[in-house]
Each structure stands twice: as C-alpha cells, then as structure tokens.
Design a protein around this ligand. Structure first.
Ligand SMILES: Cc1ncc(C[n+]2csc(CCOP(=O)(O)OP(=O)(O)O)c2C)c(N)n1
Ligand SMILES: [Mg+2]
Length: 398
C-alpha cells in the first residue's frame, strides 16, 4: 500500500490528490494516534519553532495524517535525489554553466508547498530545481533543462537558473530581482481580486539589496498579499551572514512589516508558519517577512567546494543533528506510521524514478537552432527582425 501510494506521487507531485480528512485525534506525537482507527495525527511543535516581530505566533498545535507524512517524505527524498543526479551530471560535464543545489534545504520547499494550493504563486532564486518539480514539472524535464536539451522545461534554453511551471516564475539569476517581481505578482493578484498569496523567496545575501526594501515599501503601502521569505542558509556565496549583514535578524528587517523566524529544518514548523502567513496575507493585513533558518550542505554552486569559508565539521554537525529528512524520518518511525524499511523502500523508488528520468533526459536531442528566435516576444508582437549574436546575423520574423 505504501509502495503504490508513493509510486503515484512520482506520476505527479500533486497535492490536490490528497483527500480532505476529518482530523479527530488529540494525542500528540503518539503511536496510539498513528495506529488508531483514524490516521489523523496531532503534532505539537517545540516552542523554539518561531520567533515573532510585531505579530502573535502561530499555534504550536497542528494536524497531519499518514498520507501527508509519507508524501512529505517522498517529496523530500525525491528532491535530494534530483540534486544528487544534477551533481553527477555536472561532474561528468553533461551539465555546463551554472548549477546551484538545494541539498539540506528540502524542508523549506516541501513544507511550504503543503501549506498552499496551486493557485498561490512562488518566485525564487537560481536554487530552484526542487520548487520546479513540486510545481508540476517532470523530473525528466528538469534534468533535460540542466543539460540544455529540447525536452527541458524551458526547451533547453534556460538551464539551471531559469525554470518555470504553473504559478512558478523561476528561477532568477539576478540576486534580489525576484523580490520586486514577487511584489508585482502579488499586486496583480490584489488587482484581479484573487484570494491567493505570493511567496517571494530570497537569500540572506540578497536581503541587503536595495530593491528588497523598495519592494517592502510598496508592498506595505498597498498591503499586498505577499510573503517575503528569506531562506537564510547562513551563506551568500562564500560570505557568512554575520560578515555581510549588519543585522542577521532578517525577520525584523521589514521594519514596518511584521515578521516571523522559523526553524527551516523542521518541515512541520515551515508548513504551520506558511499556512499562518497565507491566512494573514490574503485576509488583507498586508505583507509579512518570514525568515526560514536552514543550511546548504554543498557549495554555493557546483564550482565552489564549499569548504574554504566554513569547516567540514560545521557541515557534518548540521547533517548529523538537524538534517530535515532525518527529522521527518524519526517522526514517522516514532509515530509508527511506517518503518525504517518502508522508508528505505521509498528512498529506493525515488532513486529509480530519478535514474529513469535521467536516462530519458539524456536521450533528448539538443534544441533546434530555430529555437534561438522563439519565446522572446509574445506571438504576434514580434518586430520585423532582430539581431543575432553577431551583427551580421539577422533573423526576420515577417
Ligand atoms: C545583482 C547580483 N549581484 C551579484 C550576483 C552574484 N551572486 C550570485 S549568488 C550570490 C549570493 C547570494 O546569496 P544568498 O542570497 O544568500 O542566496 P543563496 O545562494 O545562499 O541561496 C551572489 C553575490 C548576482 N547574481 N546578482
Ligand atoms: Mg544564502
């Protein structure tokens, strides 16, 4: 049953397929709750989960169920596998150019997605493979994109940093740019009267960009439904947050915008905080700043070994004490929802799904050169001609 459930997930990471359940148990993290007649499970978050700035904390009590726990685990394991495959493809020179991995940060993407619906909007930086998959792109299309192939999610023209999916606006290479773009997406939702929120993600390094504060100002001025989510993974390239930021309390840096600090290694804390923030922002109270404390295990990008500005011990210590997948695994096993062996089986399936997708992606051809001239203008609005890479190369649209 576990096997067929997690297999279905690979067909599509689709939260909408989860049926709504009546949650009834009041037991907290107990086997009794997990093995009772209902698979509804109540979780009490540690009181260190949140720190607040000018707002009341979300409840520490939350509910989940077996199906969701297994889905969360499967999704986190799959994202880690996608990144491992990307690492291997890069090292074998099948991926060229930039490639930034999110290993260690999986609870942020998955926790977030479990608190919102496909009608909500996400925009992020270049560390985007997991988000792209969660938003509905296939593993094959992500790996093909990384290799610049025609079956890539951006037809092989975007690469690692430029991936898009339903209500997912990339994949942005300019540090901080997605914060103001995110405010714009939120503006459109308010203007259209859609009850959706927009998550504009940025890093601790991006948090010092001028345009971030311009976006904060406009978002508060117009009370836009936007969550400015700072993924604080402790480093911007090789610079630690302490060295780059006069204040590392990123959740307080919206000044007149309330904020929340969240333990980003705990998927339940992330889900609860984002659910709370969605309610806040769509209810007309305006924007929020959410700092999610996480950690990246790898270097900044594939060309950075990631060990010259921090010690191997530091990385190992986070891996062994706060790994987000190990944390969820422990909760699942302690609850009696699944055994270690069941979860190993899911790991195996995740590996197989990614291996199979990789084989298919490698079969994909390079894009046709005609593709150079497409996806630049809205069809019908093209100029007569545009210049190519060399002045002598001119493409005529009409
Ligand atoms: C405007 C701009 N300045 C500099 C860079 C080079 N750059 C790329 S990533 C990065 C660090 C960003 O760190 P952070 O925001 O913490 O995100 P993380 O990589 O940790 O996810 C820098 C300086 C860039 N891409 N754009
Ligand atoms: Mg960072």
């Amino acid at each position: 049953m576990l096997r067929s459930f997690s297999s279905r997930l690979f067909a599509k990471a689709n939260r909408a397929s989860l049926s709504a359940r009546t949650l009834s148990t009041t037991a907290s993290l107990s086997k009794q709750a997990a093995s009772g007649s209902s698979d509804a499970i109540k979780i009490t978050l540690p009181d260190t989960s949140f720190k607040m700035y000018h707002a009341e904390a979300p409840s520490l009590e939350m509910e989940t169920n077996k199906e969701e726990l297994i889905e969360m685990y499967t999704q986190m394991a799959t994202i880690r596998r996608i990144e491992m495959a990307s690492d291997g493809l890069y090292k074998s020179k099948k991926i060229r150019g930039f490639c930034h991995l999110s290993t260690g940060e999986e609870a942020v993407a998955v926790g977030m997605e479990h608190a919102i619906t496909p009608d909500d909007h996400i925009i992020t930086s270049y560390r985007c493979h997991g988000y792209t998959w969660l938003r509905g792109a296939s593993i094959k299309s992500i790996l093909a994109e990384l290799m610049g192939r025609a079956d890539g999610v951006s037809k092989g023209k975007g690469g690692s940093m430029h991936m898009f999916a339903h209500n997912f606006y990339g994949g942005n290479g300019i540090v901080g740019a997605q914060v103001s773009l995110g405010a714009g997406i939120a503006f459109s939702q308010k203007y259209l009267g859609h009850p959706s929120t927009t998550l504009a993600l940025y890093g601790d390094g991006a948090a010092n960009q001028g345009q971030v504060f311009e976006a904060f100002n406009m978002a508060k001025l117009w009370d836009l439904p936007v969550i400015f989510l700072c993924e604080n993974n402790k480093y911007g390239m090789g610079t630690s947050a302490e060295r780059s930021s006069a204040s590392t309390e990123y959740y307080k840096r919206g000044d007149y915008i309330p904020g929340i600090h969240v333990n980003g290694m705990d998927i339940f804390a992330v889900k609860q905080a984002v659910a709370w923030a969605k309610d806040w922002t769509v209810s007309g109270k305006g924007p929020l700043v959410m700092e999610v404390a996480t950690y990246r295990y790898g270097g900044h990008s594939m060309s950075d070994p990631g060990t010259t500005y921090r010690t191997r011990e530091e990385i190992q210590n986070v891996r062994s004490t706060s790994d987000p997948i190990s944390h969820l695994k422990k909760v699942i096993v302690d609850l009696g929802v699944a055994t270690e062996a069941d979860l190993k089986e899911i790991d195996k399936q995740a590996k197989k799904a990614v291996d199979d997708a990789q084989k298919e992606a490698e079969q994909s051809p390079e894009p046709n050169l005609d593709e150079f001239w497409t996806d630049i203008y809205l069809p019908g609005t093209e100029p007569k001609s545009i210049r190519g890479r060399e002045p002598t190369v001119v493409h005529h649209y009409h």
